[in-house]
Design a protein around this ligand. Structure first.
Ligand SMILES: [Zn+2]
Length: 553
């Protein structure tokens, strides 16, 4: 008997959550999320976990259990289900988010088992899973106690202990305590480490409504507000404020419209039917009677808010004297630059913008993190009291700080298992040892291609983006170059001004090649790359991509 826990993806990089449990020759997955491209991945839409190991062992796979509705926990499901077939388990809101995603991706063959975390539990192969409610920035998020052949473990991907959330459904401390105390020993706790550098408990959400109202009641023209599109609680607060201020709400952006529609149907958000108006109705109303709730809180390129900030949105525009409230801080990696870009553009258009680091003598208190601070993390330690600890969902520095918290709370350093993607632990007779690392790589998605963009393509994109490209066309007949080669460039130099430089390059290059005895294609390619590379670098200090083309005439 043994239990294997594999951090296939989701440690080190915050997003792309995917953990594998193996016992009795069966395999269960927890979460299946996407990551977002970094600045060195031009053109890449998404990053997904490397499924190779799961696909290789797909006959062992008995189920996929999902903890919450954020993209970094459900976004890669359509890609995984192209390769394997297994039932999914999730809470009601998450089930609807997944179904909506499957419609977009055309995924048709799937089974989703919806569970109620207040009292239900379920079996996935050799594992018995007991979900319990936690608080996070999207409703219906859960943690799990799981019975394995090696004993009970706890897996809590993201949480804060907030006892007073907007939806009135707090972290279910009683159920979690019960599940922890049922067993003499909990073998391990895998839990959220992202807030491990933050002192105390993460602030609650309820006071945000009053803070937003205090700011928004000063608005004289249109109000725009944004939060991450799954933050149903925040939208509820914005809609409450809109009603207090006698404004109608316009929902801008498909992601927000869909998520609010789903949450409304399931009763996770409530508002009078006449509160939300269409673009057409809004056009006939005074701007002072409107609140736009807009998608794109991180200023994502192409999002509704991004286009509004550039004056490129066809239905919504901003005027001098409008107000914009960002209920989001750019916490996810690589979001600060884009959010700041949008904030600057809006301010430049005369909008009164309230955003994450605007400190006019006081913190405006218009957002809260969904991740617990040190207080929340340690409280979970105390509830579960496990033998081993596995920090997940944070970068290396947060795993390190989590480890310090564990030690500070009286546990030996050896009780903390920090795993990088592909690393895994085998538990046998209550003892942990590291297994052989499973090779994993970043899988990038661009358009319809999955995994076909790798290091080489990204390297080329970086050169094209930074240095430009030069195409050199030769005409040859019977081993002789006819005419001067034609040189065409893009993104390298302005050709009209630098025509002399390109003419000189063509002449010198032809001479160089003609020094060779045997003028074959391979010789022409080699000399062109080598000679022109040096020549352009000497003259310009730049290293464009050089593409020789030989045409036989
Ligand atoms: Zn989340």
């Amino acid at each position: 008997m043994s239990l294997k826990f594999i951090a296939l993806s989701g440690t080190v990089g915050v997003t792309e959550n995917l953990y594998v449990y193996e016992a009795d020759g069966k395999m269960m997955i927890i979460d299946c999320g996407v990551g977002f491209p970094d600045l060195e991945m031009p053109g890449v839409d998404l990053v997904i976990p490397d499924f190779s190991y799961v696909v290789k062992n797909k006959e062992k796979l008995v189920g996929i259990v999902i903890s919450q509705g954020h993209e970094d926990h459900i976004g890669a499901l359509p890609y995984l289900l192209r390769e394997v077939n297994a039932p999914i388990w999730s809470t009601p809101l998450v089930t609807e988010f997944i179904k909506d995603k499957f419609i977009d991706y055309g995924v048709k063959n799937f089974t989703i088992n919806t569970f109620n975390p207040e009292y239900e539990d379920f079996e996935v192969g050799p594992f018995r899973v007991f979900p319990f409610r936690v608080t996070h920035s999207v409703p219906d998020t859960v943690g799990f106690a799981i019975d394995t052949p090696e004993g009970r473990i706890f897996h809590v991907p993201e949480h804060k202990m907030d006892q007073n959330p907007v939806d009135g459904k707090p972290f279910d401390i009683e159920r979690a305590k019960g599940l922890a105390n049922d067993e003499k020993h909990v073998l391990f706790l895998a839990s959220d480490c992202l807030g491990s550098n933050k002192l105390g408990f993460t602030e609650g959400e309820t006071q945000i409504e009053g803070n937003m109202e205090g700011i928004m009641k000063k608005a004289e023209n249109a109000i725009l507000a944004t939060a991450i599109s799954s933050n149903i609680g925040r939208f509820q607060q914005m809609m409450n404020v809109a009603q207090w201020l006698n404004r109608k709400v316009v929902l801008v952006g498909r992601s927000i419209q869909k998520k609010i529609e789903i949450a409304y149907k399931l009763g996770y958000i409530s508002f009078p039917a006449n509160l939300v108006v269409s673009f057409g109705d809004a056009a006939r109303m005074k701007r002072s009677e409107l609140m736009y709730i807009v998608a794109g809180c991180y200023g994502q390129v192409g999002s509704s808010l991004y286009r509004i900030s550039l004056g490129e949105h066809d239905r919504v525009h901003v005027n001098d004297g409008d107000m914009m409230v960002f209920s989001a801080d750019p916490a996810p990696p690589y979001t600060k630059e884009s959010e700041d870009f949008v904030i600057d553009n809006l301010i430049d258009k005369g909008v009164d913008v309230h955003y994450y680091d605007l400190n006019e003598g006081l913190d405006e208190g218009i957002y809260a993190s969904g991740h617990g601070g040190q207080g929340d993390i340690v409280e979970l330690f105390k509830i579960v009291n496990p033998k081993y600890f596995i920090p997940i969902g944070g970068t290396i520095r947060f795993m390190h700080s989590y480890k310090k918290l564990v030690v500070k709370n009286g546990n030996p350093p050896s009780s903390v298992l920090t795993l990088k993607p592909g690393e895994n632990v085998i538990f046998e007779n209550g003892q942990a040892r590291l297994g052989d690392k499973i090779p994993v790589k970043a899988v990038l998605v661009h358009g319809l291609g999955v995994g076909d963009v790798g290091k080489v393509v990204l390297g080329d994109r970086a050169i094209l983006g930074n240095e430009g490209v030069v195409v050199v066309v030769f005409k040859i007949r019977q081993g002789k170059i006819i005419d001067l080669p034609e040189i065409i460039s893009r993104g390298f130099i302005f050709e009209k001004i630098s025509k002399d430089l390109l003419d000189e390059a063509a002449k010198r290059l032809k001479n160089q090649i003609e020094k060779k005895v045997n003028i074959k294609k391979s010789v022409i390619y080699g000399v062109t790359m080598d000679y022109l590379g040096k020549f352009f670098f000497q003259k310009t200090g730049r290293r464009p991509m050089i593409l020789p083309v030989v045409v036989e005439v």
